[in-house]
Design a binder for this molecule. Structure first.
Ligand code: SF4
Ligand code: SF4
Ligand code: SF4
Ligand code: FES
Length: 943
């Protein structure tokens, strides 16, 4: 259990190798050059009073409370803004300093409400603390003069309040919004006594650009900015460090608790992925964990038209196991399978795949990573030899050129998006390749040097034309390629991309990107210093997803941008544990650690440890399971933490497959869309209710720590264990750490990983083994994992999904900051205040042509189906392209996406669907059926 009061060293840490020794109150202190006197004092346990300084922000020097005396220096400098110097002699306490500090505090307190006893910050208010520290005994100015005590409170934000009467205008909030978040939503308006903090042009927080990241709340030393939950519940009693269960950034948080209730989630300053920052989801959107919709009793039913019957755990598990055994008895060993999720911990995912391989006796296990980053695994493994991203997030701070393709970091990976913006504001150049104008293209103090606004589906053509310029203009890093890459593969690739048919001029008609921009962007990436590529689902979710990933790796190898900090190829993983679910062997063709099921030595190792014979042929992928179900061969499915009925493409096809099965077991928090087709519901646990680990997009394994008892009685890994035992395959783990110990024993890249080691180091980036006992922040240093890097020829093959007169627009999809994937969590929080429905973005020209105005209902039809959404007319999308998010099941975004998929991995082609859009006045037929079915199922849940 951690203390809930974190130490604040006053100013940020400096990392220089050069150190400086000085004397503070007679004590010798040695610190890195550039450290402030305040921080040096704090490191020596000498406390200097402060108000406007905090170690999360650069010093500002406004409150004058931290003055010190320095021998040989005139006046009394502020310790927060004064850097240390060799031989400096600092005095932090004497009569004169004490008088000045008391005087400063008197001024602050004369304009501050004296309601400490009823203030939500009572007990952790820095102003209150400092009044005590400086020994404030009287306020000579009285409290009757001009003041701000009647200033109106702003409660517009659902998660925090702004009470300007308590503001001391220290500007910590303004600086947090600038420096940490990069939104610049706050300003100090007016001067002197009249100065005050205000969101943008004096509007409420909700009406401003504020994205509710909470950085200002965290920075505020008073109760001016306070979490509403803190105001309601009072201060926490205890806390634990855990990891956010939303996106692949993997932010570390301190869950501050009162008994079993979360008072607030505070971003962990020592978090290696987030360094004390957060976004609105991880910081505030946790209400889903205790939402009334949570199902906390196991339920069974024979048919999906029957009402659910609440039963004991024993009965539910026995029924589920009995059904799976009955189906295997009747239809054969391979007639059942399991799906695990990237929302689950590593330990849970590992157990699901083990249950399937050892308990079911087949390899029919897959994960939702199938539908997002499976091409990453394939493409990077083929070229570089390892299926994971090459860098740490912090590496971006050494990048000179940042190339973002098919990713929207400020919405999808907000904390990393903020870090990226920080680097760009420091001077890094930016290339964005995206069909849509994402925020990063133009945001305060950040502008892309090039926005390559390509047509959806033409990534490979664009990458090839960038490669063409690099080769044709002699920009290849020949020495790197000679030393690090396979010469034959390079020569083949070089002559392939050098072909004039790949020139930007030849490709412009296909990509829609002006050739001059492609040429300039290629030159910038190849010659601008450290070039770092970041990509997301806009790369992978295509019929040529794997090809683009390989093309990206080719570009990085050709320009020598691999194997050190500041460069690399970094897939931005969507969900919290996409990396982990892939690492844990949840694909049907791979055991944990990406070892193919046909690899005999791995099979022998696992067979020895698990005490069973293992299949040597890959099992069914999710889409193959659907096909087999429709063919009558696949009849039983165990789904943990994944909602295939909402998230997989071509919804009608998916639901038909689900209805063709005889036993579907869903283990989840809510009766999600898939559970409406289920026969057994096993109530799962939220990330607050269990121990385990998540692995983020940097391969960073972080602890998830239990802060409350599982609402339904069991953590998810325990439920899988119960099912395994009921099926006759024994599992006897007493704690999640024992599962990780087994993973470490059996997986070479995890040999050095254990809960104890993670506790010791804070987090570990795999590979972690004898060669890398503290983990591996940067991959492929000196040599690629596969030895020599392999260039692969990336022929552009246009998708079969073509526009025509009937379907003249291309629909592409993406996420928004406040919602998360299928929305099961965020829809059950106040985040719906920012995004209450999915809308169809359409360019003004296309809208006008169709008589569509903003907020009109629009029918969207594709070759797969039809749905209806409201329009948002915007120039963010290019003419001919429409865009939507997919966070609400009734939107039916996947009713219109097709069955097309990546040639290598079957990752669905979510990003390209030919559609028509027309103004309509009522929901689609599918939506009507969906509503009816959902109502029926709700009735069967609580008859
Ligand atoms: S919550 Fe975040 S975005 Fe909003 S004002 Fe505060 S720091 Fe800025
Ligand atoms: S709101 Fe808080 S952080 Fe911002 S200026 Fe006022 S007291 Fe300082
Ligand atoms: S950036 Fe991602 S991991 Fe971090 S708080 Fe937000 S959702 Fe959670
Ligand atoms: S803490 Fe140094 S001037 Fe405010």
């Amino acid at each position: 259990m951690q203390s809930i009061v974190e130490r604040d060293f006053g100013t940020p840490q400096r990392h220089g190798a050069k150190t400086v020794t000085l004397t503070i109150d007679g004590q010798e202190v040695t610190v890195p050059e550039g450290t402030s006197v305040m921080r040096a004092a704090a490191l020596a346990d000498v406390k200097i009073p402060k108000l406007c300084a905090t170690d999360q922000l650069e010093a500002f020097g406004s409150c004058r409370l931290c003055l010190v005396q320095i021998d040989g220096m005139k006046g009394l400098p502020a310790s927060c803004t004064t850097p240390v110097a060799a031989g400096m002699k600092v005095t932090t306490q004497n009569r004169q300093l004490a008088d000045i500090r008391r005087g400063v505090m008197e001024l602050y307190i004369s304009d501050h409400p004296l309601d400490c006893l009823t203030c939500p910050a009572n007990g952790h208010c820095e102003l209150q603390d400092m009044a005590g520290v400086v020994g404030l005994r009287e306020v000579r100015y009285g409290y009757e003069g001009a003041n701000h005590l009647v200033a109106e409170k702003d409660t517009s934000n659902p998660y925090f309040t702004f009470d300007p009467a308590k503001c001391i205008v220290c500007s910590r909030c303004v600086r947090a919004c600038d420096e940490q978040q990069g939104t610049l939503a706050l300003t100090i308006q007016g001067r002197g006594f009249d100065s005050k903090v205000a969101p943008s042009q004096n509007v409420s927080f909700m009406d401003s650009e504020c994205v509710s990241c909470g950085a200002c709340v965290q920075a505020c030393p008073t109760a001016t900015l306070s979490e509403k939950s803190l105001i309601d519940m009072g201060q926490a009693e205890h806390s634990k460090i855990t990891t956010c269960a939303y996106c692949g950034v993997g932010c570390s948080f301190r869950a501050e608790m009162k008994g079993e209730q979360v008072v607030r989630m505070v971003p962990n300053k020592d978090g290696h992925a987030n360094h004390g920052h957060s976004c609105v989801k991880g910081r505030f959107a946790i209400g889903y964990a205790t939402h009334a919709d949570r199902i906390v009793k196991p339920m069974i039913r024979a048919s999906i038209t029957d009402p659910w019957r609440e039963v004991s755990w024993e009965e539910a598990i026995a029924y589920a196991a009995g059904e799976l055994q009955r189906i295997q008895g009747k239809y054969g060993r391979d007639s059942i399978g399991g799906i695990t999720s990237s929302r689950c911990t590593n330990e849970e995912t590992y157990l699901v795949q083990k249950l399937v391989r050892a308990g079911f006796g087949n390899n029919n296990v897959d994960t939702c990573a199938r539908v997002c980053h499976s091409p990453t695994g394939y493409g990077l493994k083929q070229t570089l030899g390892e299926s994971a991203g090459t860098q740490s997030f912090d590496s971006v701070m050494k990048a000179d050129v940042i190339f973002v393709i098919g990713a929207n970091p400020t919405d999808g990976h907000p904390v990393f998006g903020s870090q990226m913006k920080r680097r760009i504001r420091q001077g890094a150049r930016l290339i964005v390749a995206d069909p849509r104008t994402i925020d990063l293209v133009h945001t305060p103090h950040v502008a892309a040097d090039f926005h390559l606004k390509l047509r959806p589906g033409t990534n490979v053509a664009l990458i090839n034309s960038l490669a063409h310029v690099i080769v044709a203009e002699g920009l290849v890093q020949e020495a790197f390629v000679r030393e690090r890459c396979e010469p034959d593969s390079f020569e083949k690739w070089r002559s392939f991309v050098a072909d004039p048919r790949h020139s930007p001029e030849a490709m412009a008609d296909i990509t829609g990107v002006p050739a001059a921009d492609v040429r300039a962007a290629a030159r910038l990436y190849a010659t601008g210093g450290n070039g770092a590529i970041y990509y997301g689902l806009g790369v992978t979710e295509h019929s040529q997803g794997s090809t683009t990933v390989m093309g990206i790796a080719n570009l990085a190898m050709a320009t020598g941008n691999l194997g050190r900090e500041g460069v690399g190829v970094s897939p931005l993983r969507g969900q919290n544990n996409v990396q982990g679910s892939c690492d844990m062997g949840s694909f049907p063709h791979e055991f944990p650690g990406y070892r193919h099921v046909s690899d005999e030595s791995t099979r022998r190792l696992l067979e020895g440890a698990w005490g069973v014979n293992l299949q040597d042929e890959p099992g069914l992928r999710i889409p193959n399971m659907f096909e087999a179900a429709l063919d009558g061969e696949f009849k039983g499915l165990y789904i943990e933490g994944e909602d295939i009925a909402q998230s997989d493409p071509n919804t009608q096809h998916v639901t038909a497959a689900l209805m063709a099965m005889e036993c579907i077991i869903v283990q989840d928090l809510f009766l999600n869309e898939s559970a409406k087709f289920a026969h057994v519901f096993l109530p799962g646990s939220s990330f607050l209710e269990k121990d385990g680990t998540f692995t983020n997009a940097e391969r960073r394994i972080s602890r998830v720590r239990k802060v409350m008892q599982p609402k339904a009685g069991y953590a998810d890994w325990q439920i899988t264990q119960l099912l395994a035992n009921a099926l006759g395959y024994p599992m006897n783990y007493a704690h999640a750490s024992e599962i990780m110990d087994e993973i470490a024993r059996l997986t070479p890249t995890f040999t050095g990983v254990s809960f104890a080691r993670i506790d010791e180091l804070g987090s570990i980036q795999w590979p972690c083994n004898a060669a890398h006992p503290d983990g591996t922040p940067t991959m492929h240093v000196g040599e690629f994992v596969r030895g020599k890097g392999k260039f692969l020829v990336t022929e552009y093959v246009p998708t079969s999904e073509r526009v025509n007169a009937k379907f003249p627009l291309i629909l592409t999809t993406g996420r928004i900051l406040s919602q998360y994937n299928v929305g099961a969590q965020t829809r059950r929080t106040e985040n719906t205040r920012w995004h209450a429905e999915d809308r169809l973005e359409i360019h003004p020209n296309d809208a006008e042509e169709r008589g569509i105005a903003d907020a009109d209902w629009v029918g969207i039809s594709s070759r797969a189906g039809e749905t209806v959404l409201r329009a948002r007319v915007t120039e963010r999308v290019q003419p001919g392209v429409v865009y939507t998010t997919f966070h609400f099941p009734e939107s039916g975004a996947n009713v219109i996406t097709t069955d097309n998929s990546d040639w290598a991995t079957n990752c669905p082609e979510y990003k390209v669907t030919a559609v028509q859009a027309t103004r309509v006045s009522q929901p689609s037929e599918w939506q009507k059926r969906f509503r009816e079915f959902s109502e029926t199922q709700a009735g069967l849940l609580r008859p």
